[in-house]
Design a protein around this ligand. Structure first.
Ligand SMILES: Cc1cc2nc3c(=O)[nH]c(=O)nc-3n(C[C@H](O)[C@H](O)[C@H](O)COP(=O)(O)O)c2cc1C
Length: 334
């Protein structure tokens, strides 16, 4: 078989030339407990860059503390700008890979209650993942969250990233605004689909304005949320079109939320337990094994191998800290 297109260059919306069509998507690797872009992250991404990927996503990256975890690098201040810039310069020079990042906010799925901040979300609807109820965002929270995204995007550009992606899927903050299941607001950010899209559309517009017209900007959406009563390919396609009108250059399509029978990502398999949890200081509390590791895109809802997973047990109450490191309840939640 000849991979004619796969190894041909592609230009994203006339702005960013990528040497081939192989993309490494965002992966929550949990390689830090201090929000830093450390050697372990760099080693992982260096190997992928040398492996020949065309566009490599370094991320997720936190835009603030309430929507993220110390297990990912952050761009809510300048600490990581220089290490990221050095790394991006190195892999640009070595491999010609283009480097993207994914700016990340978990909203209702956040475990920020463990470090004393109540998670925020469009509406105060309990998280099935954390078993905690977030606080409904005020208009001020909406403006502040837009601002931290835009500030993180400006830092990402300063660090030399070629492309920035906003996560708008998986049951995280933007998809919570989009879905009638998690958005029961009565103001201009809730109700009709147009209103539910407003948080994301305004964010894209603000980001586009800050980054300038030439910078490549993307969004990751779900083709289908696979949530009963939630958004399907129809609503999500409308959002993709609205996102494009607001200034997006690329749409990355995945599917499912963390709480769906077809998860966006399996939380634990035997392999994950062996590799990701060993020696990490974190415990896997998954009770049920997934039958076959597979992504949302590869199966249909009625497929017999897909059954609802009892994903994880609720987190234990926070234990008294044993060291100065922030305590994370479970690895691999991001
Ligand atoms: C450990 C792990 C962490 C992930 N973290 C993220 C994430 O932070 N953001 C995101 O958009 N997707 C995340 N994903 C989903 C992947 O980007 C990807 O969509 C998924 O593994 C399916 O891959 P496939 O589309 O090649 O089948 C994660 C997946 C895994 C396995």
């Amino acid at each position: 078989m000849e991979f004619i297109k796969l190894f041909e260059p592609i230009v994203i919306n006339g702005k960013l030339e990528v040497k081939n069509r192989i993309v490494l998507p965002a992966l929550g690797l949990d390689y830090t407990r201090h929000y830093n872009f450390n050697e372990r992250f760099q080693g992982f991404y260096r190997a992928r860059a040398r492996g020949g990927v065309g566009l490599m996503t370094v991320g997720p990256i936190a835009v603030d503390k309430v929507g993220s975890a110390p297990s990912m690098p952050q761009l809510f201040d300048d600490t990581n700008v220089e290490p990221l810039r050095n790394f991006i310069d190195e892999v640009h020079g070595d491999t010609g890979v283009k480097v993207a990042t994914q700016l990340f906010h978990m909203g209702r799925y956040s475990y920020s209650f463990l470090w004393g901040e109540k998670p925020i979300a469009p509406s105060a609807i309990p998280s099935k993942l954390t078993k905690h109820t977030p606080r409904e965002m005020t208009k001020q929270d909406i403006d502040d969250t837009h601002r931290v995204f835009v500030e993180a995007a400006a830092r990402a550009r300063e660090a030399g990233f070629d492309h920035i992606e906003i996560i708008a899927c998986t049951g995280y903050l933007l998809s919570e605004f989009l879905s009638p299941l998690t958005n029961q607001r009565t103001d201009e950010y809730g109700g009709s689909l147009e209103n539910r899209m407003r948080f994301g559309v305004e964010l894209i517009e603000k980001m586009r304005k800050a980054l300038g017209d030439d910078f490549s900007l993307g969004i990751r959406i779900a083709g289908n949320d696979f949530m009963e009563g939630g958004n399907t390919n129809s609503e999500n396609a409308e959002f993709a079109a609205a996102a494009e009108r607001a200034g997006i250059d690329a749409v990355n399509v995945t599917g499912g939320w963390h709480e769906t029978p077809i998860p966006q990502r399996l939380i634990a398999t035997d392999r994950l337990k062996r590799t990701r949890f060993r020696g990490s200081g974190c415990r896997s509390r998954t009770r049920q094994r997934a039958p076959v590791p597979q992504s949302a895109g590869s199966v249909q809802p009625e497929s017999p191998v897909v059954r609802p997973l009892r994903r994880v047990s609720p987190p234990q109450p926070p234990q008294p800290p044993q060291s100065s490191q922030p305590a994370l309840p479970v690895c691999g939640r991001i």
